[in-house]
Design a protein around this ligand. Structure first.
Ligand code: PLP
Length: 386
């Protein structure tokens, strides 16, 4: 029996039953008191996840909408922008900025690694007349499973006045991020990742410094305009009809995260990453990223070339209803990606590892069943002794 699918994607991630039930309610008036209370609660909850007292807006949009909102509000046409990229989503942020008229300078690092803060420091040091108005960076590069040390990048920027704008769509609440302490200016995230709710909401936090930049911004937008968003938020509303069901879900998911405690949520993601990586390595598989760049949200596994990543994914789906992500662009059929963020539980990890061992054996990859699983079981045993 195959039953329901197991989603091991780096988004959308599984939605807890509590959240599903919370969303399964009739509509309410989005300009009434009940919605006002929910909006106040969820904005406060999101600020805790961002570890910020800055402004937070919730957009009815996927993560890309949030990136576009960041660009149109804080970057003007003609602004010089340094776009740091370690993969598909770094490229996307750069492209959005370019589409809205920024003069984009790309700084690329090879896929599977994180950015070198020293290189960013050196580039900004050359910019003595401060032509670079913003540095764009991805916290967690979902396409490769590498993450950037955003804190180190901020430190490397020193007193250069460029805004630091961070795509934390898949990293927030899985990997440590401290918006205020690290002095980040604009941070975007999305609902369908570590927040454990369906796709459709994007969150954007922005510092007062970013808001000052916004005041002289010459890009125009209607839907994304932060002034309008903040004005309505003060009244306990959103400018446009919000996806109310998603707000019900968000409210519940934030409650679950508060019950667990943010430090524990982050620690759980880190422990799962380590467990998954150790188990896969014990099977003799190679991973795309070195440990120092390894994402706590998703792991890219290099498939044995004689089997190919897509055949592994297909077998896992056909036989076990397990859904793994494929490699993007040049990584297609080279890697498969195991998402381990959001509502993934210990026993889910054992399931995916057990099914992977069976799959590899089916394709005659030399292994002894239970090799990776044993490592994972031991790690879980240890976690339960603490
Ligand atoms: N940025 C990152 C790091 C992502 O992982 C994603 C989606 O996976 C996006 C941006 C784009 O988000 P969406 O597909 O929700 O528009």
């Amino acid at each position: 029996m195959k039953g329901e699918p197991y989603l091991f994607l780096p988004g959308p991630t599984p939605v807890p039953e509590r959240v599903c039930r919370a969303m399964n309610r009739p509509m309410i008036n989005h300009r009434g008191d009940e919605f006002k209370d929910i909006l106040e609660d969820v904005v406060a909850g999101i600020k805790q996840i961002y570890r910020t007292r800055a402004n937070v807006l919730i957009y009815p949009a996927s993560g890309t909408g949030g990136l576009e909102a960041a660009v149109v509000n804080f970057i003007s046409p003609g602004d010089q922008v340094l776009a740091v990229s370690i993969g598909v989503f770094g490229d996307r942020f750069a492209m959005i900025a370019s589409n809205f008229g920024a003069v984009v300078e790309k700084m690329d690092f090879s896929w599977g690694t994180g950015a070198d803060p020293q290189k960013i420091k050196e580039r900004l040091a050359q910019d003595t007349d401060h032509q670079i108005k913003a540095v764009l960076i991805t916290q967690n590069e979902t396409s490769t499973g590498a993450y950037n040390d955003v804190k180190a990048v901020r430190e490397a920027m020193g007193d250069h006045p460029a805004l630091l704008m961070v795509d934390a769509v898949s990293g927030l609440a899985a990997i440590e991020l401290r918006m205020d302490e690290w002095k980040l200016d604009v941070v975007i995230s999305g609902s369908q990742k570590a927040f454990m709710i369906p796709p459709g909401l994007s969150f954007m936090a922005f510092s007062d410094r970013a808001y000052q930049v916004h005041k002289s911004n010459t890009n125009t937008s209607y839907y994304w305009n932060v002034d309008q968003g903040m004005e309505y938020q003060l009244k306990g509303q959103t400018p446009f009809t919000p996806p109310i069901s998603l707000y019900f879900g968000l409210h519940e998911a934030l409650q679950m995260m508060a019950e667990e405690g943010l430090d524990n949520v982050i620690a759980r993601h880190t422990a799962y990453r380590d467990l998954v990586r150790a188990s896969l390595r014990a099977l003799g598989l190679k991973l795309l990223t070195e440990d120092r760049y390894a994402s706590a949200a998703v792991t890219s596994v290099i498939a044995p070339p004689e089997i190919g990543a897509n055949q592994i994914r297909k077998y896992m789906f056909d036989q076990f209803n397990i859904i793994l992500a494929g490699g993007q662009q040049s990584l297609d059929n080279v890697v498969f990606r195991v998402g381990h963020l959001g509502y993934i539980r210990e026993l889910d990890l054992l399931s995916v590892l057990a099914a992977l061992e069976i799959t590899l054996l089916h394709f005659k990859f030399p292994l002894e069943l239970g090799t990776g699983l044993k490592i994972a079981q031991k790690a879980i045993f240890d976690m339960h002794q603490q």
